[in-house]
Design a binder for this molecule. Sequence first.
Ligand code: SAM
Length: 164
Amino acid sequence: MVRLQEIRANEVAVEPPAATDAGLVFIGRIRTPWTSRLECPRQGRRDGPTCRIEIFEPWSPALAGIEAFEQLEVLYWLDQSRRDLVLQSPKNDGTTRGTFALRSPVRPNPIGTSLVSFVAREGATVLVRGLDCLDGTPLIDLKPDRCQFTPLAPPQPGDFQVGD
Ligand code: SAM
Protein backbone atom coordinates (compact mmCIF):
# COMPACT_ATOMS: atom_id res chain seq x y z
CA MET A 1 0.00 0.00 0.00
CA VAL A 2 1.37 3.41 -0.91
CA ARG A 3 2.21 5.56 2.10
CA LEU A 4 0.84 9.04 2.28
CA GLN A 5 1.95 10.88 5.42
CA GLU A 6 1.32 8.26 8.07
CA ILE A 7 3.81 6.67 10.44
CA ARG A 8 3.52 2.88 10.43
CA ALA A 9 4.33 0.42 13.20
CA ASN A 10 8.04 0.59 14.13
CA GLU A 11 8.82 3.36 11.68
CA VAL A 12 11.03 6.12 13.03
CA ALA A 13 10.90 9.79 12.15
CA VAL A 14 13.54 12.30 13.20
CA GLU A 15 13.60 16.05 13.50
CA PRO A 16 15.52 17.06 10.37
CA PRO A 17 17.90 20.00 10.42
CA ALA A 18 16.66 23.18 8.81
CA ALA A 19 16.77 22.96 5.02
CA THR A 20 19.58 24.81 3.30
CA ASP A 21 19.53 26.04 -0.25
CA ALA A 22 21.65 23.68 -2.34
CA GLY A 23 21.13 25.94 -5.34
CA LEU A 24 19.00 23.44 -7.26
CA VAL A 25 17.07 24.85 -10.19
CA PHE A 26 14.08 22.95 -11.52
CA ILE A 27 14.73 22.81 -15.25
CA GLY A 28 11.36 21.45 -16.30
CA ARG A 29 8.22 19.58 -15.42
CA ILE A 30 7.25 15.96 -16.01
CA ARG A 31 3.79 15.24 -17.38
CA THR A 32 2.47 11.75 -16.63
CA PRO A 33 -0.98 10.12 -16.49
CA TRP A 34 -0.78 9.72 -12.70
CA THR A 35 -2.32 12.29 -10.37
CA SER A 36 -2.44 10.12 -7.25
CA ARG A 37 0.27 8.13 -5.50
CA LEU A 38 -2.24 5.33 -5.14
CA GLU A 39 -2.17 4.75 -8.90
CA CYS A 40 1.45 5.65 -9.66
CA PRO A 41 3.76 2.66 -10.42
CA ARG A 42 6.50 1.96 -7.87
CA GLN A 43 9.10 1.79 -10.64
CA GLY A 44 8.75 2.78 -14.27
CA ARG A 45 8.37 0.20 -17.02
CA ARG A 46 9.70 0.51 -20.54
CA ASP A 47 6.31 -0.71 -21.81
CA GLY A 48 4.57 1.92 -19.70
CA PRO A 49 2.81 4.99 -21.09
CA THR A 50 4.61 7.70 -22.99
CA CYS A 51 5.29 10.63 -20.66
CA ARG A 52 6.32 14.18 -21.51
CA ILE A 53 9.33 15.96 -20.08
CA GLU A 54 8.82 19.69 -20.63
CA ILE A 55 12.01 21.72 -20.45
CA PHE A 56 11.67 25.31 -19.22
CA GLU A 57 13.40 28.24 -20.86
CA PRO A 58 16.22 29.17 -21.03
CA TRP A 59 17.28 25.51 -20.95
CA SER A 60 15.78 24.16 -24.21
CA PRO A 61 19.01 24.61 -26.22
CA ALA A 62 20.55 22.10 -23.80
CA LEU A 63 18.53 19.38 -25.56
CA ALA A 64 20.69 19.57 -28.70
CA GLY A 65 21.83 16.07 -29.64
CA ILE A 66 19.59 14.21 -27.22
CA GLU A 67 17.92 12.28 -30.07
CA ALA A 68 21.15 10.27 -30.45
CA PHE A 69 20.47 8.35 -27.24
CA GLU A 70 18.01 5.49 -26.90
CA GLN A 71 18.17 5.57 -23.13
CA LEU A 72 18.17 8.54 -20.82
CA GLU A 73 18.54 8.98 -17.11
CA VAL A 74 15.97 11.29 -15.57
CA LEU A 75 16.41 12.90 -12.15
CA TYR A 76 13.40 14.45 -10.47
CA TRP A 77 12.28 15.93 -7.19
CA LEU A 78 9.62 13.89 -5.41
CA ASP A 79 8.04 17.05 -4.11
CA GLN A 80 5.14 15.48 -2.20
CA SER A 81 7.32 13.24 -0.04
CA ARG A 82 7.83 13.56 3.65
CA ARG A 83 11.53 13.79 4.44
CA ASP A 84 11.95 12.76 8.06
CA LEU A 85 11.84 8.94 8.21
CA VAL A 86 15.02 7.00 8.96
CA LEU A 87 13.32 3.61 9.39
CA GLN A 88 10.49 2.62 7.08
CA SER A 89 8.11 -0.29 6.79
CA PRO A 90 7.30 -0.64 3.09
CA LYS A 91 5.02 -3.62 3.68
CA ASN A 92 3.40 -2.07 6.75
CA ASP A 93 4.00 -5.32 8.63
CA GLY A 94 6.08 -4.01 11.52
CA THR A 95 9.43 -4.88 9.93
CA THR A 96 11.58 -1.92 8.99
CA ARG A 97 14.61 -1.04 6.90
CA GLY A 98 16.74 2.05 6.80
CA THR A 99 15.85 4.73 4.31
CA PHE A 100 19.20 4.35 2.55
CA ALA A 101 18.46 0.65 2.02
CA LEU A 102 15.25 1.48 0.17
CA ARG A 103 14.19 3.22 -3.05
CA SER A 104 11.24 4.76 -1.23
CA PRO A 105 10.30 8.31 -2.25
CA VAL A 106 10.50 9.20 1.46
CA ARG A 107 14.06 10.40 2.07
CA PRO A 108 15.89 13.48 3.35
CA ASN A 109 16.49 14.71 -0.19
CA PRO A 110 13.66 13.15 -2.22
CA ILE A 111 15.47 12.68 -5.51
CA GLY A 112 14.03 10.06 -7.86
CA THR A 113 15.87 8.56 -10.80
CA SER A 114 14.61 6.50 -13.73
CA LEU A 115 16.25 4.99 -16.78
CA VAL A 116 13.83 5.66 -19.61
CA SER A 117 13.51 4.95 -23.32
CA PHE A 118 13.69 7.94 -25.62
CA VAL A 119 10.59 8.12 -27.85
CA ALA A 120 10.76 11.49 -29.61
CA ARG A 121 11.55 15.14 -29.20
CA GLU A 122 8.95 17.81 -29.90
CA GLY A 123 10.73 21.15 -29.58
CA ALA A 124 11.38 21.71 -25.89
CA THR A 125 9.56 18.53 -24.89
CA VAL A 126 11.08 15.06 -24.72
CA LEU A 127 8.77 12.04 -24.91
CA VAL A 128 9.93 8.99 -22.96
CA ARG A 129 8.71 5.68 -21.55
CA GLY A 130 9.68 4.29 -18.16
CA LEU A 131 8.70 6.94 -15.62
CA ASP A 132 7.00 6.44 -12.27
CA CYS A 133 6.27 9.93 -10.97
CA LEU A 134 3.20 12.07 -10.48
CA ASP A 135 2.01 14.54 -13.07
CA GLY A 136 3.76 17.87 -12.50
CA THR A 137 6.84 16.43 -10.76
CA PRO A 138 9.73 18.93 -10.99
CA LEU A 139 12.67 17.92 -13.19
CA ILE A 140 16.22 18.21 -11.86
CA ASP A 141 18.28 16.82 -14.73
CA LEU A 142 18.27 14.77 -17.89
CA LYS A 143 21.34 12.96 -19.19
CA PRO A 144 22.31 10.07 -21.47
CA ASP A 145 22.40 6.68 -19.79
CA ARG A 146 26.00 6.10 -18.75
CA CYS A 147 26.06 2.68 -20.48
CA GLN A 148 25.57 4.38 -23.84
CA PHE A 149 27.88 7.25 -23.06
CA THR A 150 31.19 5.49 -23.62
CA PRO A 151 34.28 6.83 -25.36
CA LEU A 152 34.89 5.60 -28.90
CA ALA A 153 38.60 5.07 -28.31
CA PRO A 154 40.66 4.39 -25.20
CA PRO A 155 41.38 7.63 -23.38
CA GLN A 156 44.71 9.26 -24.02
CA PRO A 157 46.69 11.28 -21.51
CA GLY A 158 45.16 14.75 -21.38
CA ASP A 159 41.75 13.62 -22.75
CA PHE A 160 38.62 14.47 -20.87
CA GLN A 161 37.26 11.36 -19.19
CA VAL A 162 33.67 10.12 -19.24
CA GLY A 163 31.92 12.00 -16.50
CA ASP A 164 33.89 15.22 -17.01
N1 SAM B 1 12.26 5.41 -9.80
C1 SAM B 1 12.55 6.33 -8.73
C2 SAM B 1 13.74 5.84 -7.94
O1 SAM B 1 13.95 4.64 -7.85
O2 SAM B 1 14.49 6.70 -7.43
C3 SAM B 1 11.36 6.59 -7.83
C4 SAM B 1 10.84 5.36 -7.13
S1 SAM B 1 9.57 5.76 -5.93
C5 SAM B 1 9.36 4.14 -5.21
C6 SAM B 1 8.15 5.92 -6.94
C7 SAM B 1 6.96 6.25 -6.09
O3 SAM B 1 7.11 7.59 -5.62
C8 SAM B 1 5.65 6.26 -6.83
O4 SAM B 1 5.06 4.99 -6.82
C9 SAM B 1 4.82 7.24 -6.02
O5 SAM B 1 4.21 6.57 -4.92
C10 SAM B 1 5.86 8.19 -5.45
N2 SAM B 1 5.90 9.48 -6.14
C11 SAM B 1 5.85 9.71 -7.47
N3 SAM B 1 5.92 11.01 -7.74
C12 SAM B 1 6.01 11.65 -6.55
C13 SAM B 1 6.12 13.00 -6.17
N4 SAM B 1 6.15 14.00 -7.07
N5 SAM B 1 6.20 13.28 -4.84
C14 SAM B 1 6.17 12.28 -3.93
N6 SAM B 1 6.07 10.97 -4.23
C15 SAM B 1 5.99 10.65 -5.53
